[in-house]
Design a protein around this ligand. Structure first.
Ligand code: COA
Length: 199
């Protein structure tokens, strides 16, 4: 079982929305100047086909629509950035199905395999339970996406079953594993990690 160390070292509220700092990553709201970088990272079929709502091709207009939606909307969404400011991906919380709020994330292909998705997902899970006070979180990953499944397992999510998920970029539905993490399990995994550290 995964032991969860607190991922986030702190959340700071700025005029641009909350900023979540972790040891290696900073999660922040997207701004108008980020459109080009977002477009160039997301505009890849490997990302679109593994997420529910992303169009493909992904245009500058799509990036600007996304930035406006985050600024005006109620669903938290963050860019995942490195300490030097480079954008490597994104993550957020949305309600895509009727089983509750779910986390989603993507990492630009050049940055895969560095643990960024796991770190970002843990940070947003901490934010959802800690700052937002959620009782439970859902997540989904296409059955053909073992990397995402692994990320969710490393965050403590537990598999609940398979559903058909609408995938915009393929204009069709695909089998998708569903996962759930409740607040009690999250708190237990976090405190177990701390107990082990002092034992
Ligand atoms: C899924 C995704 C977010 C992973 O990003 P990442 O930063 O490379 O992920 P991490 O490095 O944190 O962890 C990936 C884990 O999956 C494992 N993994 C990668 N490819 C794998 C495969 N083919 N089979 C099994 N495990 C695999 C890695 O070994 C790693 O686990 P480990 O740290 O225990 O070794 C990224 O590939 C992506 O953006 N994909 C497209 C969008 C997407 O799938 N989003 C998630 C759905 S909401």
């Amino acid at each position: 079982m995964t032991l969860l160390e607190p991922e986030s070292t702190g959340t700071v509220r700025t005029t641009g929305g909350p900023v979540i700092a972790t040891e290696r990553l900073v999660l922040r709201a997207p701004g108008v100047d980020d459109a080009k970088a977002i477009k160039s990272l997301i505009n890849d079929r490997r990302i679109a086909e593994n997420t529910a709502r992303m169009p493909h091709p992904y245009t500058l207009k799509d990036a600007r629509t996304f930035i406006d939606a985050v600024a005006n909307g109620s669903e938290p969404a963050f860019l995942v950035t490195l300490a030097d400011g480079r954008i490597v991906g994104g993550c957020g919380i949305a309600s895509l199905r009727d089983d509750g709020p779910e986390i989603g994330y993507w990492i630009g292909v050049p940055y895969w395999g560095n643990g960024y998705a796991t770190k970002a997902a843990r940070a947003i899970v901490d934010y959802a339970f800690g700052e937002l006070g959620y009782a439970e979180l859902m997540a989904g990953a296409r059955v053909s996406n073992p990397a995402s499944r692994r990320v969710l397992e490393k965050c403590g999510f537990q598999w609940t079953g398979v559903v058909l998920q609408r995938i915009r970029s393929i204009n069709s539905s695909a089998p998708s594993d569903r996962f759930r993490l409740d607040r009690g399990l999250w708190a237990s995994l976090r405190s177990w990690g701390k107990l082990q550290a002092i034992a």
